[in-house]
Design a protein around this ligand. Structure first.
Ligand code: DGL
Length: 270
C-alpha cells in the first residue's frame, strides 16, 4: 500500500517534498488534477465531487492513506468524505487534510497574537481556519485574505517572472492594511510556497512566513506512529510515482523544477 498525496495541481508538491524528506522510507503516489486546476474559485459541490473522484482513484491505485495536500479540498471536501463516503467505500482507509496540522501550531507562532492567512477564495470563504482556531485558540486574531491570482501564476510557471511582483505586493499590502499588528503570515494554500522569494521580498522585515510542508510532514509522522495498523500496511521501498490529468510532459517539466530531480509522470483520466 502506498501513501497518496493529492492536489488540484502542482501545489501539493511542496507538501510531498517535505513528507519525503521527513519520511523517505515510504512509497508515495502523487496525483495532480492539473487539467481542472485551479479549484480555488470553484463551488463547494464541484470541489467535493472532484476531490472524491481523486481519492477513489488513489484508493484504486493501492493507497491506504490519502493526504489532501490542498487547503481548498481540505476545507470543502474532507469532512464529507471522512463522514459520509469513507464508511461506504472502505472504513479501513484514511483521508487526512492540511488545515488541522497547521491550526495546531499557529498559536505558538505569533507574539502579537495577530495572524494573517493568505489562501484561495474557497478556503477563505469556508472560514475553516477561523472556525478551527475559535475552538482551540480563541485569543488569536486572524485576518483572512484571498489571493485569486497566485495559483494561476504557479500553474502557468510564472512564479519567478517579473509580472508576478505586482500581484504578490498587492495582496501582502492588502493584508497588512487590514491589520497592521500581524506578525505572522500563514500561507494557507500549498501553491504559495513557490512564490516565497517574492513574498519575502514584499513582506516587512521580521515578518514570520509559514509554509505548511514541514508542519504536515511532522503531523503525518506523528499520525503513523500512533496508528500502527496503517503504518504496517505502508510499503517501504522509498519510491514516488506521479500521475496527472494534464499533459505529462508539461507536468514533468515544472514538477522536476519544484522537486529538484527529474520527474516522470503518467496521464490519467478521472
Ligand atoms: N493548492 C491548493 C490549496 O492549497 C489549491 C489551489 C487551487 O487549485 O486553487 O488550496
Amino acid at each position: 500500500m502506498r501513501i497518496g498525496i493529492f492536489d488540484s495541481g502542482y501545489g501539493g508538491l511542496t507538501i510531498l517534498k517535505e513528507i519525503r524528506r521527513r519520511l523517505p522510507q515510504y512509497d508515495y503516489l502523487y496525483l495532480g488534477d492539473n487539467a481542472r486546476a485551479p479549484y480555488g474559485s470553484r463551488s463547494f459541490d464541484i470541489v467535493y465531487a472532484f476531490t472524491l473522484q481523486a481519492v477513489e482513484r488513489l484508493f484504486q491505485e493501492g493507497c491506504k492513506l490519502v493526504i489532501l495536500a490542498c487547503n481548498t479540498a481540505s476545507a470543502k471536501a474532507l469532512r464529507s468524505i471522512q463522514q459520509n463516503d469513507l464508511p461506504a467505500i472502505d472504513p479501513s482507509r484514511r483521508v487526512l487534510g492540511v488545515i488541522r496540522p497547521t491550526v495546531e501550531v499557529i498559536p505558538s507562532l505569533s507574539e502579537s497574537r495577530h495572524i494573517g492567512l493568505l489562501a484561495t477564495a474557497g478556503t477563505v470563504a469556508s472560514h475553516s481556519y477561523a472556525m478551527e482556531l475559535e475552538k482551540t485558540a480563541p485569543e488569536i486574531n486572524i485576518t483572512e485574505l484571498a489571493c485569486p491570482m497566485w495559483v494561476h501564476l504557479v500553474e502557468n510557471n510564472e512564479a519567478d517572472a517579473p509580472g508576478a511582483d505586482y500581484f504578490v505586493k498587492k495582496y501582502i499590502d492588502q493584508l497588512l492594511g487590514k491589520d497592521p499588528e500581524i506578525d505572522t503570515i500563514v500561507l494557507g494554500c500549498t501553491h504559495y510556497p513557490l512564490l516565497l522569494p517574492k513574498i519575502r521580498e514584499y513582506a516587512p522585515e521580521g515578518m514570520r512566513i509559514i509554509s505548511q510542508g514541514t508542519l504536515v510532514a511532522e503531523s503525518l509522522a506523528d499520525y503513523l506512529s500512533r496508528h500502527p495498523e496503517i503504518e504496517c500496511d505502508c510499503d517501504k521501498n522509498a519510491s514516488t510515482e506521479y500521475i496527472t490529468t494534464e499533459n505529462p510532459e508539461k507536468f514533468n517539466e515544472l514538477a522536476s523544477i519544484f522537486m529538484d530531480y527529474p520527474v516522470e509522470s503518467k496521464r490519467i483520466i478521472l
